[in-house]
Design a protein around this ligand. Structure first.
Ligand code: CTP
Ligand code: MG
Length: 226
């Protein structure tokens, strides 16, 4: 199938607290956005890229994309929420794209093989596929006042990641029908009544959210010298 990866990079990165929007923060040289584009470039299954960036950074991101891919790619300004940014990216898809992956630029160390695994699983199942990892901590249900209730059965839980992949028609239908603001695309797909299954995620696909996450990413790239 023809595949497109929508890379959402339009957030401000409030929790990271850098001077720049998070996707434009450097991690040992390249920015988080550049590292995410390298992962798309490294896929075995060739894919289009669509970039969604802060409104004032469209030109800068276009130049970055040309440097990475050697050709122009679609770059569009994002919206106030992640969901609005994804919607902006979906509006820029080429007509004959059949499978759409949506990826957080903030998951900058995600390996190319996870993108390929998601594409393969969408092609095989014909529905939505999201990477997920088992939850290792004990999880409690807690009341607003801090009272601890029961332990949640973690065998029924997954910590989900991106890239999340969907048949184009299902994703566009889910976005067209959206009445809530969801933190991931599978949430909208489920609300629209489409099936979603989980495939094994990757530890390296963790989201860089806080300064501690950025430090952890740095440590993973540069092993400590003796
Ligand atoms: N994102 C986006 N448009 C938004 C909000 C988020 O494109 N309006 C993107 C971010 O750029 C990021 C991904 O969605 O790649 C996941 O969001 P998150 O990690 O929450 O990033 P930020 O919203 O930028 O960070 P924060 O919530 O700390 O402000
Ligand atoms: Mg956010």
């Amino acid at each position: 199938p023809r595949v497109a990866v929508v890379v959402v990079a339009a957030g401000s990165g409030t929790r990271l607290g850098a001077e720049l929007p998070k996707a434009f923060v450097r991690l040992d040289g390249p920015t988080l956005l550049e590292r995410s584009l390298y992962a798309v470039r490294g896929m075995r299954h060739a894919a289009d890229a669509v970039l969604v960036v802060p409104a004032g950074r469209v030109e800068e991101a276009s130049a970055i994309a040309v440097a990475v891919f050697g050709r122009p790619v679609s770059v569009v300004p994002g919206g106030a929420t992640r969901q609005q940014s994804v919607a902006a990216g979906l509006a820029a898809l080429a007509d004959d794209v059949e499978v759409v992956l949506v990826h957080d630029a903030a998951r900058a160390l995600t390996p190319s093989r996870l993108f390929d695994a998601v594409v393969a699983a969408v092609a095989e199942t014909g529905h939505g596929v999201i990477p997920g990892l088992p939850v290792s901590d004990t999880i409690k249900r807690v009341a607003a006042d801090g009272t601890v209730h029961e332990t949640v059965d973690r065998s029924a839980l997954a910590a989900v990641q991106t890239p999340q992949g969907f048949p184009r028609d299902q994703l566009l239908a889910a976005y067209a029908a959206a009445t809530t603001d969801e933190t991931d695309d599978a949430g909208l797909i489920a609300a629209a009544g489409f099936a979603v299954t989980v495939v094994p995620g990757e530890a390296l696909a963790f989201k860089i959210t806080t300064p501690h996450d950025l430090q952890r990413a740095h440590d993973l790239i540069a092993p400590p010298s003796q």
